[in-house]
Design a protein around this ligand. Structure first.
Ligand SMILES: C[S@@+](CC[C@H](N)C(=O)[O-])C[C@H]1O[C@@H](n2cnc3c(N)ncnc32)[C@H](O)[C@@H]1O
Length: 243
């Protein structure tokens, strides 16, 4: 007779184990803080295929643009503009008397944004190759009418970057955010998969359950609102700078 022990694992036990893992996995390791060096290296590798591999974020992009309520003559800041996918729409919305300032720290992503701006002749767009926290005096305090943060989780977790963005935004400036987040409720079982999927696009999972938290906790914005999207795996959030 075979005396090898047999492992009987019922599906209920497996479900229970998965639930425990999903609940505790994110807590057992401290989320690393954002690293611009790692981010630049990740986006260096992603740049060439970035547009082709991220089609699903386009519906969120249009919604985020609407929330900026741009009008001709406005100055809008595109934080972490990447390959510049938002730039044509922003440029059109603020018109020839307005200005789009786009900042991006990864040289390879910026190169693609620069080509897009040149090819489309977007003459009201200024590109700055820098991370949000290191803009120095490149942008004047109280000069920005609207701030777009489209899938920029790392920036949202940097207090230095947020302080700077809040300082250059005018009183009444509109902030529009969109990005990925963790599931909540039963679907949180899938969060280890979510983190795995999103790992190439950010260097920290701090506040990934509510990416807007650090910005909203500053109390520097009023009329804040968050809309979950795609069953809660993404969000759009907005608010108005109150000085
Ligand atoms: C997921 S991509 C989003 C690109 C673009 N906003 C879009 O909607 O397609 C995130 C971008 O944020 C940039 N980024 C990362 N850290 C940043 C920082 N500290 N300041 C500004 N941009 C940053 C990355 O280089 C990358 O291009």
């Amino acid at each position: 007779m075979n005396s090898e022990p047999t492992l009987h694992t019922s599906s209920a036990t497996l479900a229970n184990m998965a639930q425990q893992y999903a609940r505790f996995a994110p807590l057992t390791r401290r989320p690393a803080s954002a690293s611009i060096t790692r981010s630049n290296s990740q986006y260096r590798a992603l740049a060439t295929n970035y547009d082709a591999t991220t089609p699903r974020i386009e519906a969120l992009r249009d919604a985020a643009h609407q929330l900026l309520s741009l009008k001709p003559g406005d100055t809008v800041l595109d934080v972490g503009c990447g390959t510049g996918k938002s730039l044509p729409a922003l440029s059109h919305a603020v018109g020839p008397t307005g200005r789009v300032i786009a900042i991006e720290p990864c040289a390879e992503m910026m190169m693609l944004a620069r080509s897009r701006v040149r090819e489309l002749g977007l003459s009201n767009v200024d590109l700055i190759e820098a991370q949000a926290a290191a803009l120095g005096e490149a942008i004047e305090v109280d000069s920005i009418d609207a701030v777009l943060m489209m899938f920029t989780h790392d920036v949202l977790q940097s207090s230095a970057a947020l302080d700077h963005l809040l300082a250059i935004a005018k009183n009444g400036a509109r902030f529009a955010l969109a990005g990925g987040k963790l599931f909540s409720g039963t679907l949180s079982l899938l969060n280890p998969w979510v983190e795995w999927r999103q790992k190439p696009y950010c260097t920290t999972f701090e506040n990934y359950d509510a990416p807007w938290r650090k910005l909203f906790d500053t109390q520097a914005l009023c009329s804040t609102c968050v809309h979950p999207r795609y069953m809660g795996i993404a969000y759009i959030a907005h608010g108005v700078r109150a000085k």
